[in-house]
Design a protein around this ligand. Structure first.
Ligand SMILES: *Cc1c(COP(=O)(O)O)cnc(C)c1O
Length: 356
């Protein structure tokens, strides 16, 4: 072997969901929002002057930091912005997880968590969820170098109570607890109000799901100014201008339009509700979802078979070939029209193949 090859980093990367691009497809595999960004965003895009791209953007991402601080009633020193919450979380690993003790997160959760742990050489321990995919809070009272929980969790869609999450934070005052709230706006319970009481709590959210801007790559964290400063110190040691000017400009408009944000969420929640009723009638079961997706399993039809059949119909859902969850599909909530087609297809397929 050539000697230089010994210097290559070997790491198994995170595998994102497919991004197919087929005419007429129903793409419900990566939990994107089926509705467009707020009207103010579209207007700002049309009015954007390309000449502005000559200059570097604001290195502190101030326009969006201030808009978020305003929206959540926080100080700007309590807000960190990054290129999607993936970037925010990666920086949080570097800035906040520097103990020799393992960080803790569930065995079934966002599959990026162990990838970052390996990338940044942070020791970690995955704690099994119980048989109903619930967190046992006492598991997180063990000695640790930090805790990371998605709430609602992905891909299970389950939201844990504020009391349980607060108990975990309370019992871990010596380590940093990060709550990834990518889906919280769809009915979960945010721990944001707790940051005044717990200086070891960091809350991470994103524009990719409830704010319809996955393609723009904007995420943020809110927490104690000491945590935010540590994250900014890492960010400025790495790349000062991570947030590009269009993203900074357009994301502000998404935050300003609170009515559109809330209406879009309500539409998705209403769709989720009838889809749950219809899928139950077809023999599916799933946890009570507080996210913009369902985590479904069928009483007779194997998930992998259904995944392939849906794919042939240009209906893309997510299948995880992973122990404990390999008979489940994660189905994002699309528009009413899309979901009606999905339900019609499922009913036909299950009947034709004598599964119901
Ligand atoms: C989608 C998602 C993210 C990442 O979102 P970004 O697009 O990078 O903001 C982070 N955590 C969870 C649990 C997610 O589902």
């Amino acid at each position: 072997m050539e000697t230089w090859k010994k210097n290559l980093r070997e790491i198994e990367p995170y595998t994102p969901g497919d991004q197919p691009n087929k005419a007429g497809m129903i793409k419900i595999n990566t939990n994107e929002n089926p509705y467009p960004p707020a009207p103010g965003v579209l207007k700002a895009i049309k009015e954007f002057e390309p000449d502005k791209l000559r200059l570097y953007p604001n290195p502190e991402s101030l326009p969006i930091v201030e808009a978020l601080a305003d929206f959540y009633g926080r100080k700007k020193e309590e807000v960190f912005v990054g290129v999607g919450s993936d970037d925010v979380l990666a920086i949080a690993y570097m800035a906040l997880f520097n103990s020799d003790k393992p960080i803790l997160f569930p065995d079934i959760t966002y599959s990026f968590y162990d990838v970052w742990a390996k990338l940044f050489r942070v020791p970690y321990r995955q704690i099994p969820l119980d048989e109903n995919f619930r967190i046992k809070k006492e598991d997180y009272y063990a000695e640790n170098g930090g805790i990371l929980l998605a709430n609602p969790n992905a891909p299970t869609s389950i939201s844990e109570s504020l009391e349980n999450i607060e108990d975990i934070i309370k019992n871990n005052r010596d380590s940093i607890v990060i709550i990834d709230e990518a889906y919280v706006d769809f009915g979960g319970n945010s721990v944001l109000p707790l940051i005044d009481r717990y200086d070891n709590l960091l809350v991470v959210q994103t524009f990719s799901k409830a704010r319809s801007m996955a393609g723009m790559r904007v995420g943020y964290a809110i927490g104690n100014p000491v945590l935010i400063r540590a994250m900014n110190d890492v960010k400025y040691s790495f790349n000062s201008y991570t947030m590009n000017l269009p993203a900074l400009t357009f994301a502000v408009e998404a935050v300003r339009d609170k009515t559109y944000f809330e209406d879009t969420i309500q539409k998705i929640i209403r769709t989720r509700s009838w889809v749950m009723d219809d899928l139950k009638k077809l023999g599916f079961s799933f946890p009570d979802s507080k996210a913009n997706f369902l985590f479904v399993t069928h009483k007779c039809c194997p998930a992998k078979e259904l995944y392939e059949a849906m794919k042939r119909e240009n209906i893309f859902v997510r299948y995880f070939n992973k122990e404990r969850i390999n008979n489940y599909l994660r189905v994002s909530i699309g528009t009413d029209e899309e979901m009606k087609k999905v339900v019609v297809f499922l009913e036909e397929y299950l009947k034709e193949n004598n599964y119901i």
